[in-house]
Design a protein around this ligand. Structure first.
Ligand code: FAD
Length: 371
């Protein structure tokens, strides 16, 4: 912290500012040079002055949550990181149909999910253990094990950086599809700084999730539950806690825990294409990988399966390990720099393209790179 607060004008005296902070400390892939300033946002009222601070210094800004879907680059970020730390969870409304539940942007996502599960709410229990914050969840429409936040977000509260106003954005305005929303795609990407999210959740006692469950989740539950329990749940639906625990157990086996292993989760996006795309269909069939029919009418090919088929699963490339449990995940075992990661990424993408003709796309965003 700099002793001279005048340097930080117009930030309030209580706003925490840090200088020259390694991006490797702010992102779960643990790479990247230093950020010039990190401003901690603990109330939404600090946002306008943080943006004004950046403007006064003539610097760009970047909004960051837990850094679980974000990469730091070697050149660092010569700008201002707004680190979202606004806290608070609240049941806003409850009626016979369910609940409206608010989570502040800086709340840890899994803490929020656990809160809802402890209150026997259904709707996000399969999104257990996804690293990161509540505020980032709508940005790329997080999803796992058959649930996506697009199904349950009622609205977000945000700061509009174009008009300088606090606004409410309803679910229908968010243009949500697989890993893509108004917040990260198209002309309005980056325009809104989300301060809180309100979810519509079901009462898990009356409207629990029903079969069919995501195949690997169903298989896991069949292994760990008694036949009598399975019979009841198949008939009445699955209590949120059963699904939360099931997903947590599967994830614990398959995915790296960011506190132990550096990664950004799925490093590549799955491949979505229209059923009318004959070229993609032919390529997909030629790979022998399973093609999934998605609820939005598109087809999906699991990029991890392609990487595995290309013989890359478990390989160590430039210090990055292609996970031997989930080939979509890259683990930073000994990469010294972002350049190492970029070299590994290029090798994987080139090999998949040469073998199967599919261009695969990176999922995490990069601090300081134009969207
Ligand atoms: C081990 C592991 C497993 C994962 N598994 C999954 C999974 O199953 N499903 C899935 O969907 N994702 C998964 N991810 C990715 C990641 O957890 C999610 O994308 C998560 O939402 C990132 O949250 P974050 O707070 O860390 O976001 P950050 O990485 O900090 O930010 C991500 C993006 O959102 C923007 N952003 C962040 N906060 C705000 C805000 N308040 N307002 C506006 N913009 C904001 C940032 O500018 C950036 O563009 C996984 C990651 C890891 C490391």
């Amino acid at each position: 912290m700099n002793a001279n607060r005048e340097d930080y004008s117009p930030l309030a005296a209580e706003t925490v500012v840090r200088e020259n902070v390694p991006l490797s400390e702010l992102t779960t892939m643990r790479l990247g040079g230093k950020a010039k300033y990190v401003v901690e946002i603990t109330t939404k009222w600090e946002i306008p002055s943080a943006l004004e601070f950046a403007k006064k210094k003539g610097l760009p800004y970047f909004v960051l949550g837990g850094g679980a879907n974000t990469l730091g680059r070697d050149e660092g970020f010569p700008g201002v990181i707004l680190l979202m730390k606004i806290r608070g969870i609240d049941i806003v409304d409850a009626d016979a149909e369910g609940f409206l539940v608010y989570g502040a942007a800086g709340e840890n996502w899994d803490d929020f999910v656990r809160f809802t599960v402890e209150h026997e709410m259904s709707g996000i229990e399969c999104l257990a253990k996804i690293p990161g914050t509540v505020g980032a969840a709508p940005v790329q429409n997080i999803g796992a094990y058959g649930q996506e936040v697009s199904q349950v977000i009622d609205h977000v509260e945000a700061y509009d950086t174009e008009t300088g106003e606090f606004v409410v954005i309803g679910r229908d305005e968010m243009k949500m599809s697989y890993r893509s929303t108004l917040f990260n795609t198209g002309p309005e990407a980056g325009r809104y700084i989300i301060t809180g999210v309100v979810f519509t959740l079901y009462d898990g006692n009356y409207e629990p999730m029903e079969e069919p469950l995501y195949a690997s989740l169903q298989k896991h539950l069949e292994e760990v539950l008694d036949a009598s329990e399975l019979e009841v749940y198949a008939h009445d639906g699955y209590p949120p806690k059963v699904l939360y625990d099931g997903v947590s157990a599967i994830r614990g086996e398959k995915l790296p825990d960011p506190s132990e292993k550096a990664s950004a989760g799925s490093f590549f996006k799955n491949i979505y294409f229209e059923p009318s795309d004959e070229k993609a269909l032919a390529l997909a069939e030629a790979t022998g990988c399973k093609i999934y029919d998605k609820a939005d009418g598109r087809k999906m090919l699991n990029t991890g399966a392609l990487i595995e088929k290309a013989g890359l699963k478990g390989k160590l490339l430039h210090g990055m390990r292609v996970s031997d449990k989930a080939a979509l995940v890259l683990i930073n075992e000994s990469a010294k720099s972002y350049a190492d990661l970029a070299a590994a990424r290029a090798e994987i993408a080139d090999q998949v393209f040469e073998k199967y003709g599919f261009k695969i796309e990176q999922e995490p965003v990069e601090i300081g790179k134009e969207i």
